[in-house]
Design a protein around this ligand. Structure first.
Ligand code: FES
Length: 85
């Protein structure tokens, strides 16, 4: 199970963390991945001056934007699961 944590702190919220979450939710359903991925939220991850912060297990990606959320999902989340990391 891969855990995706989206920052819902105020800086990330202003940059669209709710849109990023919606995109991930939609793609998890679309790709039938709800048994492989857990989506959750957390407060500030200390990268407030960048984009929306997303953490995959222990790795923080501080520059995810709503428009990039879909490609991030395929490039990072799906490929991570395929690599079995
Ligand atoms: S509010 Fe998201 S990293 Fe600070």
């Amino acid at each position: 199970m891969l855990t995706i944590v989206i920052c819902v702190g105020s800086s990330c919220y202003v940059r669209g963390s709710d849109k990023v979450a919606e995109t991930f939710e939609r793609l998890i359903k679309q790709e039938n991945m709800s048994n492989q991925v857990e989506l959750t939220g957390a407060f500030c991850m200390d990268h407030c001056s960048m984009g929306v912060s997303v953490r995959l297990d222990d790795q923080v990606y501080p520059e995810v934007y709503p428009d990039d959320a879909e490609s991030f999902f395929y490039n990072e989340v799906v490929s991570r699961l395929q690599r079995g990391v």
